[in-house]
Structures are given as C-alpha cells and as structure tokens.
Design a protein around this ligand. Structure first.
Ligand code: C2O
Ligand code: CU
Ligand code: CU
Length: 422
C-alpha cells in the first residue's frame, strides 16, 4: 500500500534464471525477480515499512545505500538474515529527492551476491522535486540506468569464483539494467538518465557518442545548485549522477549512444516520437545547498591503502567487534580522505570511499575547491592515489555505521571500518 504518509514494500531475495543472451539461461540472484530488483519509490517525510525475505540458501542483508536512517535498519553486515529468514524494517525518509540504491551487504559475501544480481533502486521524491520542471515520466523521459559488467562462461554462467579478482571483479560484457546492448526509444525532448554505477569495480567515463553537451543535474544525494553543462562524466562504483540530454536536436530515426570511453556502447537512444514545438529551458535553480566552510581544519584522517589482500583502512582490516572511532550525532566534522602514492611494491589504486547513513559535501581536492558538478551531496567519492579529499560530514542518525571502499571485493577483504554515532 501507499499513502502520502506511509508506504509498504516487500523485497524478496531469491535465486532465479535469467536470459541475458542466446543459449542457456544464467543462474542469478534477484530481488522480487530473477536479476536486480524493483524501484522502491519513497517520499520525504514518509514512513516506510519493508518486509524482507531471504529465500536464498545463504545469509544476506538488505542495505539501503544513501538513505539517512538509523544503523539498526541500514542493512550493514551486522544485520544478516539467514537462509529462509524474514525481517521487517521501518524508517522515516528524512532527506531530499535523490536516486539511491540498495544491495546485499552480507559479511564477506557482498561482492559475490551483488555480482550475482542483488541490487535495486530507491527513488526519493519530495515537494521540491515535484515542483521542478524536469523530465519525470518513468520509462518515457526518465530512465534509471544501473551500469554493470559481467563475464559469461561458455554455458552462459557468471561463475564468480573463476573470474574473481581481489581488486574488483570486472567483466567483458556491459549490462544496463540487466540487459546487454539495450536501446531506449525517446522523443525529441529532454531525457533524464539516472545513472548508477552498480559494478563491483569498474570506473566509467561516460559521454555521448557524438560528443555533444548535456547537463548534470544531480549527484549521489540530491540536486546540484544549478544544471552543469558537461561533455563527459566519471562514475565510480556506488556513485550516481543524473543527467539530462536535449534530444530535440536529433531527427526522428536518428540514434545517439551513451558510451564509455574505455570500452564500447553502453546504451543507444533512438529518436522516435516527435514532439513539436521548442524545448523549454531547464530550471535555472535546482537546489539550495547549504554553504560549506572550505578552510576548516580536518578532525580526522582516513587513509585507504594497498591492493589485493593487503587492502586496509587506516592501517587496519575490518573487524566486526571493533569501533574505529566515535562521532557526535548532529555535529559537523571535517575528514581528510587520502590514498597514498607510495612505492610500486605496495601498489596503490583509486578507491571509491563510501559512508553509510549520511550524505556529505566535498570541501576540497588536494586543496582546490570542488568543481560545480561535485559540489552537491555525496555518499561515495573516488580517491585517486596521491590525492587528499576534504569532506564535511554530519551524521543525523545514531548507531554504528560502515565506511568502506566500494570496490566490493576490497570491502569484503577488510577495507572497511565502523563509526559509532552517539
Ligand atoms: Cu553501497 Cu556499504 O554500501
Ligand atoms: Cu551504503
Ligand atoms: Cu578499494
């Protein structure tokens, strides 16, 4: 059921078989279906009730990535639901409109379970997003795109164990919403793409095949202050970006693609329905972001280092019984997040840093203020070797929250820590 003040969902993790390509079906995991999951639509202020069911033969968790909710309902590794188990979670949505997602966070099993298909989407809307004149007809001019990549063996199976990589399992076949080489039909209007990097490890660098400009309108946790004109955007695992593309400049029958610079076509957009008349301009103002204190001194340092099985967060590996530090609820902190650029021997690589239960802001990258397109709310940020990123972060909810690298194999290998908020 769904009302203005309450909404209820049932989310079932189960095994399934999925037809990705010709030949045998692929053994997969999914939520309420054989692969991936539903879009949970929630509104700011709403009370959300979710029935969770685990029909898998192993334990799992249901983590709501990006939601500002208390840790006892956030589905981190402490909240395993055993095989054939059930649970219920209740929370109130207390954050602005954004595209979030959910996925398994089972202890040392997240990477494999997500690879097998356990992720889905959460759309948060609010009165402000209702009032903005942006494309919002789902499947018509507003499309979520979960980007992933997979290897298929000769029997069309994922075979995670065989293709497993310590530094993040990749793939040679791009999938969008579980489909290989998909296309969508769009009209000659603004088209909104809510892009989610749901890959275990891959960093995308996305652009349009004809290199035309588009506008980025949102980051992980909400709208940017104004639309930002761009030609290309990066997206690391766990991150989201929303863009709007002017499709009115193409003719009916034409096609343009979203492509990843390092590989191939991700998604084709085919122009079909014509909409006559000229395109309305995008809203000039999308959000009122609170100002940040750019020169605040850091309260804490966080360092992600190593590769392979040597990955650590602040020199240590994750331990379920250890709190790494305590933060005061409702108090702003400044964190310096860095990845060293040390010897070739040690090996360092870019790590997408993610924190549960919170949305933060970037203050600087190596001392320089963030670009306009990353000045909005973030919950995941790619930290390249040799770079230090300063963020402002404030937890509004109490409990024990995870911070970790969103290369899921790194997370499972211990590049994760726990923050106690009280
Ligand atoms: Cu998207 Cu701790 O995860
Ligand atoms: Cu998360
Ligand atoms: Cu990492």
């Amino acid at each position: 059921y769904e009302t203005d003040t309450e909404v209820s969902y049932t989310v079932v993790a189960d095994e399934g078989q999925t037809s990705f390509r010709e030949g045998p079906l692929t053994e997969t995991y999914g939520y309420n279906g054989s692969y991936l999951g539903p879009v949970l639509q929630v509104r700011r202020g709403q009370q959300v009730h979710i029935n969770l069911q685990n029909k898998l033969e192993e334990e799992t968790t249901f983590h709501w990535h990006g939601l500002k909710i208390p840790s006892d309902v956030d589905g981190g590794p402490h909240h395993a639901i055993e095989a054939e188990g059930r649970a219920e979670v209740d929370f109130t949505v207390d954050q602005e409109a954004a595209t979030l997602w959910f996925h398994s966070h089972a202890h040392q099993k997240s990477a494999e379970q997500v690879y097998n298909g356990l992720s889905g989407l959460i759309f948060v809307e609010d009165e402000h997003s209702d009032s903005l004149d942006l494309p919002k007809e789902y499947g018509v001019n507003d499309f979520p795109l979960i980007l992933q990549e997979r290897f298929f063996d000769e029997d069309n199976q994922f075979n995670y164990d065989t293709v497993y990589n310590f530094d993040g399992t990749t793939g040679d076949t791009p999938l969008v919403n579980g489909t290989i080489r998909p296309y969508i039909e769009v009209g000659q209007e603004w088209v909104r793409l809510r892009v989610v990097n749901g890959s275990n490890a891959r960093n995308y660098q996305l652009r349009l095949s004809d290199e035309s400009f588009f506008y980025q309108i949102a980051t992980d946790g909400g709208f940017l202050e104004t639309p930002v004109e761009r030609k290309e955007f990066p997206l690391s695992p766990g991150e989201r970006a929303e863009i709007v593309v002017d499709m009115s400049k193409y003719k009916v029958g034409e096609e343009v693609s979203l492509v990843d610079i390092s590989t191939t076509e991700i998604l084709a957009l085919q122009i079909t329905g014509d909409k006559s008349g000229s395109l309305k301009p995008l809203p000039e103002k999308l959000n009122d972001l609170p100002p940040v204190e750019a020169d605040s001194l850091p309260d804490r340092q966080i360092e992600m280092s190593g590769m392979g099985h040597k990955v650590t967060l602040n020199g240590r590996k994750f331990y379920l019984e250890r709190i790494d530090f305590t933060v005061e609820q409702g108090k702003k902190e400044v964190w310096d997040i860095a990845v060293p650029n040390t010897s070739m021997m040690m090996g360092d690589m870019p790590h997408p840093f993610h924190v549960h239960g919170v949305q933060f802001r970037i203050l600087s990258r190596n001392g320089s203020p963030p670009e306009a397109y990353e000045a909005g709310w973030k919950d995941t940020i790619l930290v390249p070797p040799g770079e230090a990123i300063k963020i402002e972060i404030e937890f509004s909810q109490p409990g024990i929250f995870m911070m970790h690298c969103h290369i899921l194999e790194h997370e499972d290998n211990g590049m994760m820590g726990q923050i106690l908020v009280e």
